[in-house]
Design a protein around this ligand. Structure first.
Ligand code: GLC
Length: 490
């Protein structure tokens, strides 16, 4: 019975989530949450290891089975008297970008081995951040106990704090000191630790070492102007040699959180600030921001595919990993996948800091994910134990080695095995430490609205519907209406 109820509820949620994705939580929500298979105009081979399925479907397909089912079907006197006294099922809502889901499932297996009586189910959720948030909000609105542990974005603690327990009350206080203090601070809302850091991220420039050498470059580009020039020269050369599908630069241009990250990098790298300053001034309407976003719009259809305005992380990686791009902006997870056996470019690339604008220095957006325990969970104690297990040094080390996911535990950056698997964790350490935060703390609980206004505005410039000057003047007004903050220069 319980299972049936859960299945039905999850089914309803799936439908709601699909509706949300289809209708759009905003006027430009990506309309395909599962991506990868067909980057808008780039029919490249599918290099992605795990075929990406409709994420929400799995929530419907694989809900709750096993122990509780048996108990529900064949109630004995004993079990009827002691309902599920020993058997507990925990559900983790997790991401499925690259190897994420697989690694999370493996961690769940290890936890179950050590914790007999607890079944862990890992449910995958949409890739695009705003779509995933939509699924979570449906559950929270219903105060549903169906999700116990939630993988949450570094930008969400402020917006979602009320739905999570204080992990400090469940043992996190003992281990918090092992993690980067800035992330612990980010995840602490009104003194409550609402997520234990799991992995961190920063935007990186991936570049083809073989092609740089072939075209006579001895270093990756230090500025966006250099990147344009190099991307164009390599693109022309590779096409002339017969690869019609080759592009200079791929990145995340769809109207979603990923574009907020990319565009923040362009703007910060040009001295144009961070949309809203940490002390609450709306700074987006400034000449340096306008200049660099207009410059980026010029990449669409020249060094970047026209379809880049529909790309998320996985679409960019698909083109890159098939060997069809000279440069890519992406997160660290693409490193280990790019070097996997089935990758066309294994051993032929490296990573560098992102380029600088004419009036600034290179900037990387801070990303990353935490594990949070729902306030509506029926088993917060066990769920917290699971979250702390998954975020432990041992588990973070496995993810770092297998999936090039940056640990949040500082000592792992000195671990020889971790550094051997991903040498850039050491060589680009400063990039990770100095990554630029999105204005999620200062605008909470309205960050998602801020970001949505921002990426829609940038997207309209990328697609040629507006000039950055007009788009940002309007965005400034919209942000003022939303937040009631002052405006100013960065
Ligand atoms: C990565 C980052 C996350 C960011 C997202 C945008 O998953 O870790 O912080 O919001 O990309 O697509």
């Amino acid at each position: 019975m319980l299972n049936r109820r859960v299945s039905i509820l999850l089914g309803v949620l799936v439908i709601l989530a699909m509706l949300f994705a289809a209708c759009g939580g905003n006027n430009a929500t990506p309309n395909n949450t599962t991506n990868v298979e067909e980057p808008a105009d780039e029919p490249v081979e599918e290099p992605v290891e795990e075929p990406v399925e409709e994420p929400t479907e799995e929530m419907a397909e694989e809900p709750v089975e096993e122990p509780t089912e048996e108990m529900a079907e064949e109630p004995t006197e004993e079990t009827a008297e002691e309902p599920s006294a020993e058997e507990i099922t925990l559900r983790v809502l997790a991401g499925n970008v690259g190897q994420e889901l697989l690694l999370t499932q493996q961690a769940a297996e290890r936890f179950m081995e050590q914790n007999p009586g607890i079944t862990v189910e890992v449910l995958d959720t949409p890739d695009f951040v705003q779509d995933r948030l939509g699924v979570y909000l449906q559950l929270f609105e219903a105060q549903s106990p169906e999700g116990d542990v939630f993988q949450i974005d570094v930008i969400w603690p402020g917006d979602l704090a009320e739905h999570f327990v204080d992990l400090n009350e469940y043992g996190a206080a003992d281990v918090a000191g092992e993690h980067f203090p800035a992330i612990i601070e980010n995840n602490t809302v009104d003194g409550r630790l609402v997520g234990i850091p799991w992995f961190t991220d920063a935007g990186l420039l991936y570049y083809r070492t073989d092609l740089l050498e072939k075209y006579g470059y001895d270093a990756p580009p230090a500025t966006w102007d250099e990147l344009e020039e190099m991307a164009m020269a390599i693109q022309e050369g590779e096409r002339a040699e017969g690869n019609e599908d080759f592009w200079g630069y791929v990145w995340q241009g769809n109207a979603y959180e990923g574009l907020t990250c990319d565009a923040l990098e362009w703007i910060a790298s040009n001295g144009g600030g961070t949309i809203v300053s940490p002390d609450g001034v709306i700074t987006i309407n400034n000449p340096a921001a306008v200049e660099i976003v207009d410059q980026a719009a010029g990449w669409v259809g020249t060094i970047s595919p026209p379809g880049v305005t529909g790309y998320g992380e996985e679409e960019a990686r698909a083109v890159w990993q098939a060997g069809n791009a000279a440069f890519m902006r992406n997160w660290p997870y693409a490193y280990s996948l790019g070097n996997a056996e089935d990758s066309a470019i294994a051993g032929m690339f490296d990573v560098a800091p992102l380029p600088a604008g004419a009036s600034g220095s290179g900037a990387a957006t801070l990303g990353g994910w935490q594990l949070a325990v729902s306030r509506y969970s029926e088993h917060p104690e066990e769920a917290a134990r699971l979250a702390l297990f998954m975020a432990s040094a041992e588990e973070q080390k496995i993810r770092a080695i297998e999936g090039s996911f940056n640990p949040t535990i500082m000592s792992l950056y000195e671990d020889p095995e971790v550094l051997e698997a991903s040498p850039f964790f050491g060589s680009l350490y400063d990039v990770f430490i100095n990554a630029v935060a999105r204005p999620s703390t200062v605008t909470a609980p309205q960050y998602n609205d801020v970001s949505t206004l921002f990426f829609n505005s940038v997207h309209s410039v990328l697609t040629g519907d507006a000039e950055a000057e007009d788009a940002f003047a309007e965005l400034e007004l919209d942000l003022q209406d939303l937040l009631g903050f002052e405006t100013g220069q960065p």
